[in-house]
Structure formats: C-alpha cells, structure tokens
Design a binder for this molecule. Structure first.
Ligand SMILES: NC(=O)c1ccc[n+]([C@@H]2O[C@H](COP(=O)([O-])OP(=O)(O)OC[C@H]3O[C@@H](n4cnc5c(N)ncnc54)[C@H](OP(=O)(O)O)[C@@H]3O)[C@@H](O)[C@H]2O)c1
Length: 260
C-alpha cells in the first residue's frame, strides 16, 4: 500500500528513542523528510545520524517540549530545514508512577506540562505552516489509561484523558483547515521507558520475565507490543489512505483496557 508519504514533511517530538524514534524511522522509510527533538543532545544527534541512512532530509534539534520558546524554535527551524510542515507527531512524554496521596503539586504540574501542554504548544506552533500547505496531520500519542483509570499512575490517567479531549476538540476545530487530528492510545510497548521501570521495580528478574508477568495480568494478547507496531499505525494515519479519519482515538494495546 502506498501511503503517499514521499516528500511529506514530518516533525516528531521525543524522536531520539523509543516510540518517537521508531515513528520517525517509519516515516523516513516511507520517503518523508523528518525533524526530531529531545532534551539530550548526544541521543538526538545519534538518532538523526541513523535516520539519514534512509536517505531523506533529517533535522535534529535539542528542545524541551515543556518550554514554549524551545518549541517555537524547534518548529521554526524544522520548517526552514524541511521547507514546511505537513505532519506533527506529539510523542514526547514520560511515565510517572504515583498514587493520589503520594503525588505532589509539582508532579501534577510536570505531567500536565510534558503531556498536555506540549501537545497544545506544538500544535499551535505548526498551524501557520499547515495552513500554508493547505492542510496537515496531527497525531497525538497517548495511553489507554485515558479511558482505563489506573490509580497507580494517577496523574497519567487524568492527564491522558485531557489529551484525548484535546485531540477531539482540535479535530473538530481544524477540520475546516483540512488538518486532521487523531490520537493513538498505547498500552504496554517495550521502549527505554519500560526498561527503566523494570530496572527500578524488579531488577531481581530479567526484563523478559518482568514484561511477561505484566502482560499476563493485563494484556489479552499476552505480550508487550513492539515499537514498529505503533509506528505502522502512525504512518497510516499520517498518509493519504487515512484522509477521512479525524477525531479518532485508536488503541494500539493488544486488547488492554476494559471498556467499549
Ligand atoms: N511505551 C509505552 O508502553 C507507553 C505507554 C503509554 C504511553 N506512552 C507514551 O508514548 C510516548 C513515548 O514513550 P516511550 O515509551 O517511547 O518513552 P521513552 O522511551 O522514554 O522515550 C521518550 C522520548 O521523549 C523524549 N522526551 C521526554 N521528555 C521530553 C521533553 N520534555 N522534551 C522533549 N523530548 C522529551 C525523550 O528524550 P529526552 O529524554 O532526551 O528528552 C525520548 O526521546 C510518551 O508520551 C509516553 O508517555 C508509552
């Protein structure tokens, strides 16, 4: 299936590792030019180097999505390097466990900033570029916890629900500009984020044992997902075959989440 992504210009936040890197690689393999950002210089530059092997234009920049000025700088310089913006993937984020009584105000604020406000800031900054291009795609990466509250990830649950609402409201508002906005809700996918959780929570068992245990309890398909299983869905949503999909929330979660 030709996704029609050749020559499209895509920005991926948090593109240095994990899902963001896999998404950037998938888009680049489909012929898109990509720009990525993250906070750690060495990691974002190394990721860019490997993306360049796909042969397209790659722009990489250190930028923290919790900082408005850095977001504006990333979008402006990426648009300049790629010649415009057609696609934005709001992926940067973090897992921050904590229950209602342990989370402090600062923890809540940090979660709101990195998950919700990053989407607000990045989406606002790309609008003029997408309007100039006659349309665009915004794909937000969220979590099934938006619809499946887990008190052990209390802030994530609440903030991801707000990201879901943002995606739908933005889809309605931007439809007239031919800017399609969708959300991909993740369950458990192996990335450095989860490797860190394993190291903190259960270093006495192997990663494979840790992931298998969690998946057995929570995931109907019985396993963690792979980053390419997310990247393929994002590339589809960014491409020409998804031209009538907007305001959708798609789970890539192996059946996780007890809701309809
Ligand atoms: N993996 C899962 O199972 C899962 C489940 C649900 C939701 N998600 C969501 O999916 C997204 C990607 O997760 P992942 O598992 O790939 O995480 P990851 O392995 O920790 O990678 C996160 C990426 O985001 C970047 N990042 C983090 N904070 C940033 C900031 N303030 N500004 C700019 N870049 C930032 C990181 O680079 P730097 O550290 O250098 O900034 C890195 O490139 C996140 O939003 C996460 O919450 C993942």
């Amino acid at each position: 299936m030709d996704l029609g992504l050749a020559g499209r210009r895509a920005l991926v936040t948090g593109g240095s590792k994990g899902l963001g890197r896999a998404i950037a690689a998938e888009l680049a393999a489909e012929g898109a030019s990509v720009a990525i950002c993250a906070r750690h210089d060495n990691e974002v530059m190394a990721a860019a180097e490997s993306l360049r092997r796909a042969g397209g234009i790659v722009h990489a920049q250190v930028a923290d999505v919790t900082d408005s000025a850095q977001v504006e700088g990333f979008v402006a310089r990426s648009a300049e390097a790629l010649g415009g913006v057609d696609i934005l993937v709001n992926n940067a984020g973090r897992a921050h466990p904590g229950n209602f009584e342990t989370l402090k105000d600062e923890d809540w604020q940090a979660d709101i900033d990195v998950k919700l406000m990053s989407m607000v800031r990045c989406s606002r900054a790309v609008l003029p570029h997408m309007r100039a291009a006659g349309g665009g795609r915004i794909i937000n990466i969220g979590a099934v916890y938006a619809k499946y509250p887990d008190p052990a990830f209390f802030a994530t649950t609440v903030v991801r629900a707000s990201c879901q609402n943002l995606s739908k409201a933005l889809a309605i508002q931007l439809a007239r500009d031919n800017i399609l906005v969708n959300l991909v809700n993740i369950g458990f996918v192996i990335t450095p984020q989860w490797q860190n959780i394993h190291a903190k929570r259960a270093p006495q068992i192997t990663q494979e044992e840790f992931f298998a245990q969690l998946a057995k309890e929570e995931v109907p398909l019985g396993r963690f997902g792979r980053d390419d299983e997310v990247a393929g869905v994002v590339a589809f949503l960014a491409g020409a075959r998804a031209s009538y999909i907007t305001g959708a929330a798609i789970d890539v979660a192996g059946g996780m989440g007890k809701y309809v």
